[in-house]
Write a protein that binds this ligand. Structure first.
Ligand SMILES: [Cu+2]
Length: 125
C-alpha cells in the first residue's frame, strides 16, 4: 500500500504538467471524471494525532482524502458534513470515497476511535 501512496504523490506532482493533456473524446457529459481531476489530499495519522490538523481546499473541487496510518492501531478520518468516514488499519493507508463539488464552509474532522486526541479542521473557501 505504501507504493500506492507514492504513486499518488507522483500523480499529484505531475498533475499540473498533465492537466492540459486530457483525452480528446471526453465530452461534457461524463459520468465519472478522469482521476486527474480529483485532488488527492494526504492526511497522516501518527502518534494519535493528525498531520496536518488544518486543511485548506477550494469550493467546487473534487477531492479524495488519502489517510496514512503510522500507528499500530486502527484510526479513522471522519469529517462531519462531508460524508467522509474512512477507517484505516494500523500501518496501512486507505482512500476515502471521492468527495465531489466541495461547498464552502468549515468542517471539523476527527478519528472516531480517539475523538478527544485526534482532531482537525477542513476549511473550504
Ligand atoms: Cu484514532
Amino acid at each position: 500500500m505504501h507504493r500506492r501512496v507514492a504513486a499518488f504523490a507522483v500523480v499529484l506532482l505531475s498533475g499540473l504538467v498533465l492537466a492540459g493533456c486530457g483525452a480528446d473524446d471526453t465530452g461534457g457529459a461524463v459520468a465519472e471524471p478522469p482521476a486527474a481531476d480529483v485532488k488527492k489530499v494526504d492526511v497522516k495519522a501518527a502518534g494519535f494525532a493528525f498531520n496536518p490538523t488544518a486543511i485548506q481546499l477550494t469550493a467546487g473541487e473534487d477531492v479524495q482524502f488519502v489517510i496514512d496510518n503510522g500507528d499500530e492501531v486502527e484510526h479513522s478520518l471522519t469529517i462531519d458534513g462531508l460524508g467522509v468516514d474512512q477507517d484505516v488499519e494500523g500501518g496501512k493507508s486507505a482512500e476515502a470515497p471521492v468527495t465531489k463539488d466541495l461547498k464552502a464552509g468549515t468542517y471539523k474532522y476527527h478519528c472516531k476511535y480517539h475523538p478527544a486526541q485526534m482532531q482537525g479542521t477542513v476549511t473550504v473557501t
